[in-house]
Every structure is written in structure tokens, then in C-alpha cells.
Design a binder for this molecule. Sequence first.
Ligand code: GLU
Length: 395
Amino acid sequence: MSIISDSLKRIKPSPTIAVTQKARELKAVGKDVIGLGAGEPDFDTPDNIKKAAIKAIINGDTKYTAVDGTPALKKAIVNKFKRENKLNYSIDQITVGTGGKQVIYNAFMATLNKGDEVIIPAPFWVSYPDMVLLAGGKPKIVKCTEQEGFKLTSKKLKKAITKKTKWVILNSPSNPTGAGYTKREIKDLAKVLIRNKKVHILSDDIYEHIKYDNFNFFTIAQISKLKDRTLTMNGVSKSYAMTGWRIGYAAGPKDIIKAIGKIQSQSTSNPSSISQAAAVEALKGKQSFIKKRSKAFKERRDFVIKSLNNIKGINCITPNGAFYVFPSCKGLLNKKTKLKTDTDFVQKLLEKSNVAVVQGSAFGLDGYFRISYATSMKNLKKAMERIKSFCESLS
Ligand code: GLU
């Protein structure tokens, strides 16, 4: 009999992490690989944040902290929600974890019983379904088409809700498509959810600050009467280029927040004391670089979209947030190219042209692939040339 647990057999390793790792390994053996797989800003963490961390080390902030976050960080988070989202929370409605990933994982572990359903609009971030499975729940995948802007409609949401639905996940701007929900779209979803009193909402707002074309960000707790049933998740990774520091947080109902802390107390305990001190500075310090970086991301987005749409067989819609695009490669999956699936496409692209991207099927929608353009313009230019030559070589 295998030593590995049944629950672990239900899941697979994270495909985004796998692609990133693969690109890293190929580079280490001297291959000229361009990695467009990793969902992390290439920018460095701002200096004022680094300095706050150094100060924390020198001051001896190197001991255990409260399991679910220092009072200083929780206060900074309360203020962030007030300032940016007009949401009022008390300190005991806040939890801090080792990355947004841990917060979401804890939330599912803390709330799901066997068979509980979680509605996950596809394309989705790769880890949602596997986290649900690990916690004993049932992912209920709702496919959202390109024609729908890859966004969940109220009609589809209504149809997906059953007596067993415990959560619905909303992620705007979205990983992997970059699609941001408008106020109207969120309100339409809220109308359905108001009537279904047992359903909770997990709003993953990690890409809140990375947005373009005057897109107005709204989070569901802010514009509906659903705050009491919503866990609003965010973190410093993407907005402040702090992926490696691992600080994510959430605000929500006290019972859920307390349960998340309980899990954390029996697993990792507190997130790094030094990273927490850095996160306080991130949230309280100057915010001007966020806009500057969004401008750089926008230039890259525009360049990537234009380049992709110039390639025969590739088609890509323009998203208004995050640093991803989600082009279709369906036009290249046929007998002539000998490529059957998006996985064939991305594997061949890596093999033949040394560009690493992630297949759409990993995000729950076949026939597409995800490009992360959080890398230099120089890399993007090279990558787009390679993708073009690769696609042309197929026909
Ligand atoms: N969220 C990022 C991505 O989608 C980081 C890797 C991960 O945790 O999935 O690439």
C-alpha cells in the first residue's frame, strides 16, 4: 500500500510552479529560455520596503509574532481597506498568512465538509480546484467563454448554485485572463447571491492595483449587502513586487477569521516577522510607484496583444488588468500542424523555440495559453519574435 494519502492523490502539482521551475532548470543548463510562465512582477521590491525589513532585523523583530499577524500589520490592513475600498473592518476581522495562497488554503480547510461545493469560474487560477479537493470539497467548474470576456454571468452563477454550494470564488482582475469585472457585473452577481443565503464569497483581489484603461476596481463586499458572507483576500505580492516575502491577508466574518487562525496555529504559525514589518511599510508608505509600474505593464500589454494578433492562428482579446493575456491557439490545432491540444502547443513551443508559457487547460479552458508579460520589454520582443516564427513554421 502506498504511503501517500488518498487526499493527496486527488490533486496534482501546481502547473504554474512547474512551468516556472522547468524554465529555471533549462536556463541553469545554459538554454536561452524566455520564461513567460511565472506570475510575478519582474520589478524589484521598492527600497523603502526593503529598508523597513532591514530595520526590523536590526531591531530584533525576529521572534514569533501573533499567529495571524502583528497588531501593527493588522492595523495597516484595516486602514488599507478603509482608504482604498471604503470597507470598515475591526482588527479581529483580519488575518495574515504566508501569501494569499495560504490564506485561501486555510479558508477551505477551515470551512469545507466532505461534498461541499465551491463554484469556480473557469478560466481559474490553477490552485483553487486542487485546494478545494484537498479539503474534501467538490470544485464546481463553470466555464466562461471568450465571448463572455471570460467572466461569470449571473445566469450561469444562478444555474450552478445547489443546496451544497458553500463558496463561490470571484477573482478580478483575473489570473489567467486579466479580465476585470465592472461594478455592474459584480452587482448582477450579487443579486443572485443575496437570494442564496448559505453561499459565501471568496473575493481574490490580489491584482487590485494592476489595471489599465481607466478600469475602476470594485470588490463585492464594498458594493453589495454581502459583506457578512464575504472573505476579501488580498496581499502585497503583486502590487508591491513582494512575491518572495510571502504575505497575504484577508478580511471577513469573525468566525471564519478565527477558524483560519486555528489552522495556522497548527501548521506554520505566524508568517515571517520580517516580511510582516516590510508589509506594514508597503501598505503605509508611499504608493506612487504602483501607478508608474502599471504604466510600464500597460506598454507591455499593448505590445504583446498587438504582436500576438499579428500571428496567423493566434487570437487575443485585450484585458484590463493583471499582467496576463490569454490568447487562443485553436487556429493552430489541426492535422496540418500535428498539434491536437494546447498542451501540445506549449510543449512544442518550449522545445523548439525556448519560450515557456502555460497551457489553458491548466486553468480549465482548452485551446488557449497564458502569457505573463511581467518581464522586460527586451525579453518580450524576443519572445514575440520566437512565437511568430514558431507558429509560421507549423504551416
Ligand atoms: N499566482 C502566480 C501564477 O499564477 C504564482 C504561482 C502560483 O502560485 O500559481 O503564476
